[in-house]
Design a protein. Structure first.
Length: 136
């Protein structure tokens, strides 16, 4: 705290008590010792148990990361959804492309529809097979 004249002023007992109550802090005076009090003053961390200390052993040479079943199942579902969406896109393109591009012969249109349907069915089967990877 500073006085109005700009010089440092020592807080009185009331303001120290107010600071202590409001902020949980006290101003250390010049004669106060900064060392902790008590029987373990020289060893401040002596009360930490052995179980709480850091383990300084070297890590194993190869680490394996195991993900939980929920994370694995969510990744499988996302992959199956991707393949299913691709099959829907293939199915839509099978019928939309020949409808707007009419320069093909009937044989070419039938062939493109057959190949597109086969691709859509194969992608749908792939997405269904992917779901067999789900864990319990």
């Amino acid at each position: 705290m500073q006085a109005l004249d700009g010089k440092d002023a020592q807080p009185d007992a009331d303001s120290r008590r107010l600071l202590s109550k409001r902020h949980g802090c006290e101003r250390a005076t010049a004669d106060a010792s900064a060392r902790p009090l008590g029987r373990d003053a020289e060893r401040p961390f002596a009360s930490i148990s052995a179980a709480a200390r850091l383990d300084v052993r070297s890590p194993p040479a190869r680490r394996t990361y195991v993900m939980s079943n929920l994370v694995h199942n969510e990744q499988v579902r996302l992959a199956a959804t991707f393949w299913n969406n691709l099959s829907i896109a293939a199915l839509l393109s099978v019928f939309l492309v020949p409808a707007f591009y009419t320069r093909h012969t009937a044989l070419q249109q039938a062939l493109s529809i057959g190949v597109g349907l086969a691709a859509a069915i194969a992608l749908r089967m792939l997405s269904h097979w992917w779901l067999t990877r789900l864990r319990e």
